[in-house]
Design a protein around this ligand. Structure first.
Ligand code: ADP
Length: 496
């Protein structure tokens, strides 16, 4: 199915990981319609393979397989589930490099970042293999001597997991790890741009001996995604949905889940402020800004989206940041040393170039970049710095999801916070300050679910990931990640 020399080598070394069939009830299957869709390498535009273009009928089979598997999986011991997850994790570690290559191939991110994602993604399975054994209940002191109050946590049932393309490995393991640890079974729908990583993970799950039907992957084109999402939300056999993606699709799924009062976890878009206060160590702030902005070419929901810099440090921060940005190496993520790859697809590319055009037409100044980098390929856009941002520019309110840095100058802490919080989104926020009182004040007042203080990289399996306002519901990762997949049962034992 795959062509270039890089792909051929990968194929020869890891044939077993590259699948062009979906995974339902322990079987590798085409779509019942036999339709397929193409997946391209965003760095080169080359078709790297095809995957089954499944629809509602295939999804129904996957849901039924997961519902059947739940009958026995829910009764496995926590220790058994822990061992299955650990085995899956060990196989992911053994196949680390090949998984990273598949991520780079379909998501376009530099290989060094894909390696980082695989380490990060694997860590969720390791973490939840441990957490599986710590999903404790409670005994609550009863007000009545003849009654005992017991509280248990039970798996909700079949979980529908809908994943995005920007972290094709980690966004699946973060959900599936928690679901399996809790005793749930899953129907996973990976993004249309990146189905191969999800399928490679299923191959390893199968090798780990995870029973058939516990994990199922339904692949589809963008056109079929709404009908699959609709069935997952409305099927009485599905107990809950966990979604990571756009706010627009998240709102739609939330509405669809209301018909069955279904559980839903939503990780939606952000609009992260990155604030540099006068007391900040500017060098640290520049380092944090680079890490938080340019990971995956700016295509992460916790990417800094608006840089707010206080007056006294403004010139020094901007000069240093522009220098760093001009030193970034762009190119095909498969080449050594590349730090910035392409945008994922044409929709994303057009959005990024339109945002810059809109800002420039309304008076923004371009300090570096500001145009496509066509010498590398159709989907490359130069790392860009814009200043003189105004509230009527689309970059002020919209999530950029690209290598664009917008910089505002502000005077007072109050003004900085006002701008930072003037958004419907509240996922991540970052600030740099050496003033202890300011650190605690601002950390409390920033309207976000996750706050980086003098730190640009905050994601880790041990910490709860999630947002407030329109950025989502629930938390993933950490012991809180279990909550979306369990319900509380109160048992009252009387007549004691
Ligand atoms: P993006 O715009 O970044 O691709 P989306 O929210 O559109 O983000 O996509 C995230 C995931 O949601 C993908 O797996 C995609 O196929 C899926 N998706 C897109 N539209 C729908 C829908 N109407 N219902 C369910 N899933 C959808």
């Amino acid at each position: 199915m795959l062509k270039t020399p890089w792909i051929r080598t990968l194929q020869a070394r890891s044939m077993h990981l590259l699948k062009d069939k979906a995974f339902i009830d322990g079987q590798w299957l085409p779509a019942q319609s036999n339709k397929v869709f193409s997946v391209t390498n965003p760095a080169t535009g080359e078709v790297i393979g095809t995957a089954p273009d499944m629809d509602q009928s295939d999804t129904q089979s996957a849901i039924e397989a997961a519902a059947t598997a739940f009958k026995t999986w829910q009764d496995t011991t926590a220790k058994d589930r822990s061992h299955f997850l650990r085995k899956w994790y060990d196989l992911m570690v053994q196949n680390h490099e090949n998984l990273a290559k598949i991520v780079t191939l379909e998501a376009g991110k530099p290989l060094v970042e894909s390696r980082g994602e695989v380490t990060y993604g694997n860590s969720f399975i390791e973490f939840f293999s441990e957490e599986a054994r710590r999903i404790h209940g409670e005994i609550i002191p009863s007000p009545t001597p003849t009654k005992k109050i017991l509280v248990e946590k039970h798996p909700i049932g079949v979980a529908g997991l809908i994943a995005p393309w920007n972290f094709p490995h980690a966004m699946i393991t973060r959900k599936a790890g928690a679901a399996l640890a809790s005793g749930c079974t899953c129907v996973i729908k990976p993004a249309e741009d990146t189905p191969f990583t999800a399928l490679a993970l299923m191959e390893l799950a199968q090798q780990a001996g995870i029973p058939k039907g516990v994990l199922n992957v339904v692949t589809s084109s963008r056109e079929n995604a709404p009908q699959i999402g609709n069935l997952l939300c409305e099927s009485p056999l599905v107990a809950g949905i966990s979604f990571t993606g756009s706010t627009q699709v998240g709102k739609l799924l939330y509405r669809q889940c209301s018909s069955g009062i279904k559980r839903i976890g939503l990780e939606l878009g952000g609009n992260a402020p990155f604030i540099v206060f006068d007391s900040a160590k500017v060098g640290n702030a520049v380092k944090g800004a680079m890490a938080s902005k340019f990971r995956n070419c700016g295509q992460t929901c916790v990417s800094s989206n608006r840089f707010l810099v206080q007056r006294q440090v403004y010139d020094s921060f901007v000069d240093q940041l522009v220098k760093e940005i001009q030193g970034l190496k762009m190119g095909n993520g498969q080449e050594a040393g590349v730090q910035v790859g392409p945008l994922i697809n044409h929709t994303q590319f057009d959005k990024v170039s339109d945002l810059v055009k809109d800002a420039v037409s309304k008076g923004a100044k371009v300090l570096t970049g500001g145009k496509p980098a066509t010498q590398f390929g159709e989907l490359f856009y130069e790392p860009t710095v814009l200043t003189d941002i105004k509230e009527n520019m689309r970059v002020y309110t919209e999530e950029v999801f690209g290598p664009i840095v917008n910089i505002f100058r502000f005077e007072t802490e109050e003004e900085g916070l006002r701008i930072a919080n003037s958004t419907e989104r509240g996922l991540a926020g970052y600030f740099y300050s050496e003033d202890v009182a300011q650190i605690f004040r601002v950390a409390r007042k920033l309207e976000v679910g996750m706050c980086g203080v003098n730190e640009g990289i905050i994601s880790t399996a041990e910490a709860p990931f999630g947002g407030i306002k329109e950025s989502g519901l629930g938390r993933e990762g950490s012991h809180h990640g279990i909550d979306d997949f369990t319900y509380i049962k109160y048992i009252c034992v009387g007549n004691l």
